[in-house]
Write a protein that binds this ligand. Sequence first.
Ligand code: G3I
Length: 334
Amino acid sequence: PQKSGLKEASPFPIGGAIEIRQIAKDTVLKKIIQENFNSITATSDMKMYNILPQEGNYNWRQADSLVSFSTKDNLRLFGHTLVWHSGTPEWVAEKGSKDSLWLAHFLKEYIQTYVGKYKGQVAAWDVVNEGFETQGGDYRKSLWFEVLGKDYIANAFRYTHEADPEAELFYNDFNLERDTSKLNGVLSMVEELKQNGVPITGLGVQMHLRMDIPNALIRESVRKMAATGLKIHFSELDIIFNTHDDTRKGGVQLYKELTPEMLKQQAAKYKEVALIYREEVPESQQFGITFWDFTDRDTWINPFFGLNDWPTIFDENLKPKPAFYGFKEGLQAE
Ligand code: G3I
C-alpha cells in the first residue's frame, strides 16, 4: 500500500501532464495528483492551437481553469509550450509563410499577450519546444526557422522574459539522452544564447525513454546537460517496452503482454532515472521530474504509435505499478 506520496519522497517537484477536462471528470485521477504531485504541465491545453485557434480569438478557458486548479491544490504550473512546430495552428502557418514581417510581429505579440496575462501564475515556460530535427544536430526546418531564421528562438526567450521577468525559461526537446549529435547541437545553441545574453534559464529533457536505451548513455548525457549550469527538467518522462521508427509514426509491437519480469525491469529503470537525476544534476539545478500522462490507461503512446504499451507508473486501473515504487526508491535511496 502507498503510505506517502511521491512528492513527500522527493527533494524536488514531481509533476505530470494533464488535460483540464480529465481532472474535471475523474476523481480517482484527481486524488492521485493530489497525493503524489506538486507540479503540473498542460498536455495540450496551453499550446498555441488551443490558445489562439483563430486569428484575433484568444481562448483562455482551459488555461484559466488550470491556473485555478493549480492555485487551489498548491501545484506548480509549468507552461507548455509557446513556440512549437506541431502546436502552430493552420492559420498562423498559412499567413506566416507568406509574410515574414507579420510572423515576426505575431511572435512578439502572442508571447507578450499570453505570458503577460499569466504573469506570476506560471512558474516556468517551455519557450521553444523541439527546435531541433528529430535526429542530429540541425535546427528543425519548421515554419518558424524557415521564415525567421534561428533568431526566432532568441527572440522568443527575450519576449517571454520581458512579459514575466520572474518565470524560468526553458528550451525543451527529445532524444537528447540518446542522440549525442543532437545533444551537442542543442548544447552549442545554449552556449550561443547565453553568450548573447539571452534569458534562458533551463533545459527541458523530455525523456520519452525506451527500455533498451543504456543507462550509462543516459547518465553521460545528463552530466553534459548539467554542465551548462541551467536548471534541468525531465519534462515528459515515460518508458516504453516496444519500439517505433524515428519518424515517430508507426510502432513495432515487440511484446504481446506485460509480464511480471517486465514490470520488474521497468521498475529498475524508473529507479535508475531518479538516481541519475539526483546524482548528475546539482541540487540547485534540480527543477523537477514530470511524467507524461499518469496512467497506462491514458498514455499518448498507444494512440500515437498504434501500440499497446505500458509506459507509465500507474496501470490501466489507476493502481501504482512496480515502476511507481521503483521510482520512489530512487528518490529516497541514500
Ligand atoms: O480532443 C480531440 C477529440 O475531440 C478528437 O475526437 C480526437 C480525434 O483525433 O482528437 C482529440 O485531440 C487530440 C488531443 O491530443 C487531445 O487528446 C489530438 O488529436 C492529438 O493530436 C493531441 O495529441 C497531443 C500531442 O502532443 C499534440 O498536441 C498528445 O495528447 C500529447 O501527449 C502530445 O504531447 C507532446 C508534447 O507536447 C511535446 N513532446 C512530445 C509529446 C508527445 O507527442
